[in-house]
Design a protein around this ligand. Structure first.
Ligand code: CMP
Length: 139
């Protein structure tokens, strides 16, 4: 089915001018970028976004990293977009990411791993709604 997923191009990638490189891999995978904006995430936004990880030992580091520079938030649309984008991203740990994936090409470490993608339809809807209003998404 046609789905939407939420994507973030993280500060390690924007800092190295990799927005276009990531977008090329997204589009070549058959996903359409139906919304996109470059923002500086506030601490409150990052804490809300990653609330599910608030008890993890790396939570502070994660919030600090995600607010350390610009990010590009996106909505991607396509057939099975959630699983498809996770396949294009590759494993969270770039050392385990397959050839041809975004993280294999660009990620620096498990924390500075260049991109985020939603893990399920329910989280995709919540994440999209945190950053986009309906009229900003043009399918
Ligand atoms: P993301 O998919 O954005 O969602 C949770 C993030 O936590 C994940 O990407 C990683 O970047 C980050 N993360 C997971 N494990 C670790 C870790 N051990 N140390 C630092 N960051 C981590």
């Amino acid at each position: 089915a046609i789905q939407r997923t939420f994507s973030i191009i993280k500060p390690d990638a924007t800092e190295r001018n990799l927005t276009g490189g990531v977008n090329k891999m997204i589009e070549e995978a058959g996903l359409r970028i139906v919304a996109q904006k470059r923002i500086r995430m506030t601490q409150a936004q990052a804490e809300t976004f990653y609330a599910v990880h608030s008890e993890r030992p790396f939570f502070g580091e994660l919030v600090e990293f995600m607010t350390s520079g610009p990010v590009v938030v996106q909505v991607l649309e396509g057939e099975d977009a959630i699983v498809k984008y996770r396949d294009v991203m590759g494993a969270t740990n770039p050392a385990e990411a397959a050839e041809g994936t975004i993280r294999k090409a660009y990620a620096k470490s498990i924390g500075e791993n260049s991109v985020h993608g939603s893990d399920a339809p329910e989280t995709a809807a919540i994440e999209i709604a945190q950053f986009f209003s309906g009229n900003e998404i043009v399918g």
